[in-house]
Write a protein that binds this ligand. Structure first.
Ligand SMILES: *Cc1c(COP(=O)(O)O)cnc(C)c1O
Length: 373
């Protein structure tokens, strides 16, 4: 902890509470955990482990490589899906590992079915249809072909039909209803196959949620949609003051001399910078908190440090090693993201490897104690 620039605390109990809140929203649909990008930066294995304890049995990553690392850590009855589908040549490794690809094109379906037939056994898969986002999934013409030629899926055990919403975080967007209608229409051609459409945002729309939702950001405490955030905060980030100085009126601060002090200014330098994922866009516009006092970032965010105007902070809070809140009770991940002109997803997935990481989980601690007894 003394060797790191900041301490990242991850509250796994809050994460489980968020999982349960989403479950209450979407029931009787099930909640799957999206743990791509190393669990949105929080640690895919830790997240998957705690979600498994909470009853989650469906997990989603983006890449086969992510799935390969995670699969051995999951319990035997968990399903692990690869959202981005399969690159040509990756089929055998995927099948061997018992990982479920989300097939996004007829070509991917053909290759997966061919492998199944050559192995002489059924291989599980999800298929994704493009209901309007034009990103991943079978486009409408390929869907029509597939429905006309269902034998192309011989050998595939279809576990899920899914699609993805473009505007899930805008509860009232007309486009949501259009995508829901398109998805309903297509999935009628796959009776008895479980369906999945909603991410975090969609999980809070006032309608039914098909069979499985794929929750990511809301599990990790980010706002599922525009407006008030009902989720519990999961992440906090606390730096420590590295150095303090008082500079006279007219002094400039940081690279590019982009801030000029219009009064005598007390400056605290903290050892967190853009190499830690703290956005350089927060130069001269973001803030931190000391006690409950907002301290603006002045000057540019450097690679390994940044400078704060702490002129209004009581002296008792200012000493080398004093704590500085970057994410916490005064400043949420959503607020940091808004200041930086981005979204909470980007802030979380960029959280750097140089932070000291601590995971909090009362349930795990209790279990350990009861085993020891
Ligand atoms: C990332 C992703 C999700 C999770 O989205 P959140 O908004 O984080 O809940 C769900 N489905 C797909 C296809 C995704 O790519």
């Amino acid at each position: 902890m003394d060797n790191a620039g900041a301490v990242l605390r991850i509250d796994l109990d809050a994460l489980v509470d968020n999982y349960r809140m989403i479950q209450r929203q979407v029931g009787p649909a099930l909640v799957g955990g999206v743990v791509k990008a190393d669990g949105y930066g929080l640690g895919a294995q830790r997240v998957a482990q705690i979600l498994t304890q909470a009853g989650c049995r469906h997990f989603f990553v983006a890449l086969l490589g992510e799935a390969m690392r995670l699969k051995p850590r999951l319990c035997a009855d968990a399903s692990l899906f690869v959202l981005n589908g399969l690159q040509p040549g990756a089929e055998a490794a995927c099948a061997q590992a018992g990982i479920i690809p989300v097939l996004n094109s007829l070509d991917q379906i053909d290759r997966w079915a061919a492998l199944a037939r050559s192995l002489g056994r059924h291989l599980p898969a999800a298929i994704q249809v493009d209901s309007g986002m034009s990103r991943l999934g079978l486009p409408p013409d390929e869907v029509a072909l597939l429905i006309a030629q269902k034998e192309r899926m011989d050998g595939i055990a279809l576990r899920l039909v899914m699609s993805h919403l473009a505007c899930a975080d805008e509860v009232n967007a007309v486009f949501n209803a259009e995508q829901v209608a398109a998805f309903e229409k297509v999935t009628q051609c796959f009776p008895d196959v479980p369906r999945s459409l909603d991410n975090s945002g969609g999980s809070f729309h006032q309608r039914a949620h098909f069979d499985l939702v794929r929750a990511g950001i809301a599990l990790y405490g980010g706002a599922p949609a525009n407006g008030p955030n009902p989720m519990r905060a999961v992440v906090s980030l606390e730096a420590r003051i590295a150095q303090l100085r008082t500079v006279p009126t007219g002094s400039v601060v940081g690279y590019g001399a982009s801030h000029r002090c219009d009064r005598e200014t007390r400056i605290a330098t903290i050892p967190v910078g853009y190499a830690d994922g703290w956005p350089r866009h927060l130069s001269n516009c973001g803030s931190a908190f000391i006690g409950s006092v907002r301290v603006p970032i002045i000057g540019r965010v450097s690679m390994d440090s940044m400078t704060l105007d702490v002129s209004h902070v009581p002296q008792a809070h200012l000493y080398p090693g004093a704590p500085v809140e970057l994410i916490g009770s005064h400043q949420s991940v959503d607020e940091v993201a808004a200041d930086a002109g981005t979204i909470s997803y980007e802030i979380l997935t960029q959280l750097g490897p140089r932070y000291a990481r601590f995971y909090r989980s009362a349930s795990a601690a209790e279990r350990k104690r009861s085993v020891a007894v």
